[in-house]
Write a protein that binds this ligand. Sequence first.
Ligand SMILES: NC(=O)c1ccc[n+]([C@@H]2O[C@H](COP(=O)([O-])OP(=O)(O)OC[C@H]3O[C@@H](n4cnc5c(N)ncnc54)[C@H](OP(=O)(O)O)[C@@H]3O)[C@@H](O)[C@H]2O)c1
Length: 251
Amino acid sequence: MFDFSGQVALITGSSRGIGLAAARALGQQGAEVVLNGRDAAQLDAAAASLRDEGIAAHVACFDIAEVDKAIEAVERVRDKLGKIDVFFANAGIQHREPLLSFPLHDFERVVFTNLTAQWALARHIAAAMVAQEYGRIVFTGSITAILGRKDITAYTAAKAAMHGLVRQWSAEFADSGVTVNAIAPGYIKTELTKKLWDDQSFNTWLQGRTPQERWGDPEDIASAVVFLAARESRFVTGQILAVDGGLSSTM
Ligand SMILES: NC(=O)c1ccc[n+]([C@@H]2O[C@H](COP(=O)([O-])OP(=O)(O)OC[C@H]3O[C@@H](n4cnc5c(N)ncnc54)[C@H](OP(=O)(O)O)[C@@H]3O)[C@@H](O)[C@H]2O)c1
């Protein structure tokens, strides 16, 4: 089970963090993986580290928020590798600021990157998946779409909309061989959350609040992505899988 041999997986935001861990996990199961990010040097280093582990890794350096250029880059991937079977729409950004002083510009920037650009890019990729009658789309949502938290109003709005989008797309693609799901990570130790894991009071709160009493690792998310991206998971669609050490199911 979960053999990805012969499959091509494109993972946005995979030069580090959750995306890189997911790319490694998919590659370990036999997928040819395409890494993405905006920093070419970091991307090349990440791909080289996967190749050293025996994984067939390529890079596609683009900014998902520059949608037209991103679509052109995706087309170059398809020209080179022939198809895309798995799309893990994972790139995302954060801006933390209290609601009453949150600049509209930052609201629009975060919502555009975390939602609108994802929608446009995934829709483009989905069209080819429908034509080939097979595809697995996995988005990265968040438990902050389920539970409120201060200072992250744009991020929450985008991720909550993404959870809705997953359910709606699963209806659009129900009879096409394409499944659409999301993972909703809890607190995962990555660069995105560095400010938080450097904050002792936050650490104490989080470990008390999370039943498993720890931060998640990117690898905790990667295994869930492999499950949702697998051919065998064909009857799973429209689902939001929380991977959070129990945080969102307890109080
Ligand atoms: N860490 C958590 O606790 C947590 C919890 C819930 C959800 N998430 C979600 O998980 C996803 C991955 O986050 P992470 O924690 O792994 O963060 P991370 O370590 O900061 O990694 C983010 C990745 O996305 C890339 N990226 C950012 N903006 C991009 C853009 N506009 N175009 C292309 N690539 C872009 C980054 O590379 P460049 O900067 O070089 O572009 C990097 O590879 C995000 O969607 C995030 O919202 C994370």
